[in-house]
Design a protein around this ligand. Structure first.
Ligand SMILES: Nc1ncnc2c1ncn2[C@@H]1O[C@H](COP(=O)(O)OP(=O)(O)OP(=O)(O)O)[C@@H](O)[C@H]1O
Ligand SMILES: [Mg+2]
Length: 641
């Protein structure tokens, strides 16, 4: 390279306004095909990549601004380490060949000495070197404006994606160009500032249509035109929409669950609360797809996927109290979950020494979109009320480390370590939170897998009441597919997770059944006890009304050698043999009255009343028993055997 400057050196050497360096984007054809085919399903996925890059660059704050509901431009700005001319050259010339997790990354200062971690020690999300180009989902034209600490200039790269007609020098036989970056520098007055902004310009029509929820509004307009009123419901919450006829004017004002004056975090809290509150009026589960427009759904999806805190608490930090039942998942085959013994206010994190999300609390990472501060919208407290027996949520927590002992590394791909929870609640809100979400390090797929990794046993109702997350601390990394939303199912780590999860679900289902049964029994007992007490109270009151304060004691006994009716009577108790009042096991006796605690109390009450009124005084014990029995048989006809 003697005498010839690298592109990075040329960028650094720019001294005049108007000078620039052109760098063709280089990629192997296979990668390009993937990117331009749209490996990502949703605009949220592309934004997620930019946010992940900011996270990897040690940003503390990411600010996304859109011009909603117009959606012509989006900008994603962070306060991370910035991109040096060298790193910029590398990324433009090595699409599909990330410097992260490599020695090159170390020499470019984009990783720490351990190349798996960011300079400040965050576990890196990026590894492929294509994430940035997910913006192809949005646009063919974007700007990167970036600055590193200590530099007196900022670098601007104006990137155009697409075929380049002119011949490009220095292209290898397997490489093709997929666009071009025109790079220049600008003076920066604050040497200490740092960060990166990606400005997505001229958004593609299909992306704009998607972000504007065009399909849905068009359908509603059509229904109004043809039928006089909409057949389908408009979204409850939406960002409003532009009038296609009148340029620059709104056709519908936004209907947002927050006030424009609210603080950024209050806005998001209100959003989550409002969606959950719909459960009160909506007998079905709340479905985000119908209650929110695409823009708000995108915000929700990002909030779920990004390495953020939870709206209230991380499930591992829920303190022991009366509102949740805690269980510990076991790793052994055919094991059963056990009750987690927690001291008051103790958390499962403390008890099991849990590590997820592997990020010190002091390591802040905030994400703002159009003035809303996002958090993970999964809520573990204040569950909606229901009529079913189990009123408290159940939280199952487990952790596992598998070394795959005895298997060569080529088969096992090294150790796998993860922590997980299964949260059962009568109604999962919204519906989109049913299923299991896999988080590898700090990255995440965008959505919950409602099949629970193809759990086949039919536990339909129970599974619909379950939200689960698996936090992978080590391993699984190379099973993630390019779209970061699906996995290579054949990978041994994935296979292991499937087995573990399915065992965890069985443990959960068994415990859930048992808890339900105990609760129903307790409930019944409690009801009986209450009924018995109110019968006893009624008798005292009624007799007091007629001036009798002394209520006789009545007992129904099964005679044994030690206990006889006569003996009891000698003690002053009004005693009868049980079988003179209630049916015996053989059912051949004089009565068909079923013996239950409540019936026994009623028989006693009746006897007490009759005694109180003096009506039994002239009768033999035998006749007394018979009268009591006959009255009860008539009154409790429905209780006869
Ligand atoms: N916001 C940013 N701040 C600093 N550097 C960035 C930023 N965005 C991108 N980069 C640089 O651009 C490179 C390419 O980003 P890209 O997302 O395409 O790949 P990656 O993050 O390395 O891997 P992956 O494809 O798995 O995300 C990164 O390795 C990083 O050096
Ligand atoms: Mg990336």
């Amino acid at each position: 390279m003697s005498g010839k400057q690298t592109k990075a050196q040329q960028i650094r050497a720019i001294s005049k306004v108007g000078d620039f360096v052109d760098i063709p984007l280089k990629t192997s054809q296979k990668i390009l095909a993937r990117i331009t085919d749209g490996i990502y399903r949703q605009p949220a996925s592309a934004l997620r990549e930019l946010i992940s890059n900011a996270y990897d660059a040690d940003a503390k704050k990411v600010t996304i601004k859109t011009d909603a509901p117009r959606f012509e431009q989006i900008s994603v700005k962070d306060d991370g380490i910035g991109i040096s001319p060298e790193a910029l050259q590398h990324l433009i010339e090595n699409i599909g060949g990330s410097a992260k997790r490599t020695d090159t990354g170390k020499s470019l200062n984009i990783t720490s000495d351990n190349s798996q971690y960011s300079p400040s020690g965050r576990k890196l999300i990026g590894k492929m070197g294509i994430g940035l180009f997910a913006v192809a989902q949005f646009t063919r034209h974007f700007l990167i404006v970036t600055k590193c600490k200590g530099d007196d200039f900022r670098t601007v790269a104006d990137v155009t994606l697409g075929e380049i007609k002119k011949a490009v020098e220095g292209l290898g036989p397997d490489e093709i160009t997929s666009g071009e970056a025109r790079v220049w520098t600008e003076r920066a007055s604050n040497v200490n500032s740092h960060g990166t902004e990606v400005k997505l310009l001229d958004l593609l029509p299909r992306t704009r249509a998607e972000l504007c929820s065009l399909d849905r509004w068009t359908r509603i307009d059509f229904e109004i035109e043809t039928e006089g009123k909409p057949q389908s419901d408009p979204p409850v919450f939406h960002i409003g929409r532009m009038d296609p006829q009148a340029k620059g004017e709104l056709k519908d004002q936004p209907a947002l669950p927050w006030d424009t004056k609210d603080q950024p975090e209050v806005k998001f809290d209100k959003f989550v609360e409002s969606v959950r509150r719909l459960a009160k009026t909506d007998r079905e589960l709340v479905d985000l797809e119908s209650v929110c427009d695409n823009y708000l759904q995108m915000i929700w999806e990002l909030a779920l996927a990004c390495p953020l805190d939870y709206v209230n608490t991380h499930p591992f930090d829920l303190p022991k109290d009366k509102t949740t039942l805690f269980f510990q998942l076991e790793n052994k085959v055919r094991a059963q979950a056990t009750d987690m013994e927690l001291a008051a206010k103790q958390t499962s994190r403390e008890k099991l020494n849990l590590q997820a999300p592997l990020r010190p609390i002091s390591d802040e990472f905030e994400l703002f979109i159009d003035g809303i501060r996002l958090s993970r919208p999964i809520v573990f407290t204040k569950q909606p009320k229901t009529a079913i027996a189990i009123k408290t949520p159940l939280l199952f927590v487990g952790k596992c480390r598998e070394e795959f002992d005895g298997k060569p590394i080529s088969m096992s791909r090294g150790p796998l370590e993860f922590e997980a929870y299964l949260f059962w609640t009568p109604r999962v809100l919204p519906k989109q939170h049913q299923g299991v979400l896999l988080r590898v390090g700090n990255a995440a797929g965008a959505s919950f897998d409602r099949t629970f990794m193809d759990y086949t046993v039919s536990e339909q109702t129970r599974l619909r009441q379950l939200t689960a997350e698996i936090f992978v601390l080590e391993g699984l990394d190379d099973a993630i597919n390019l779209d970061r939303e699906s996995y290579n199912y054949a990978h041994p780590h994935y296979q292991f997770l499937v087995k573990w999860l399915h065992s965890a679900i069985r443990q959960f289902a068994n415990r859930h059944k048992a808890v339900g049964k105990t609760l129903r029994e307790d409930n019944r007992e409690q009801c009986n006890e209450e009924t018995k007490q109110s019968i006893a109270r009624a008798v005292s009151r009624k007799l007091a009304d007629v001036g009798v304060d002394d209520v006789v004691i009545v007992e129904f006994i099964e005679e044994t050698l030690l206990e006889s009716v006569e003996g009891k009577r000698d003690e002053g108790i009004v005693a009868f043999r049980k079988d003179t009042i209630f049916a015996t096991g053989t059912n051949g006796g004089a009565t068909r009255l079923k013996q239950t605690d409540v019936n026994e109390q009623k028989a006693a009450a009746l006897t007490q009343l009759l005694y109180g009124w003096g009506l039994l005084d002239d009768l033999s014990y035998e006749d007394q028993a018979r009268l009591v029995r006959d009255i009860l048989e008539v009154v409790l006809v429905e209780s006869l055997q």
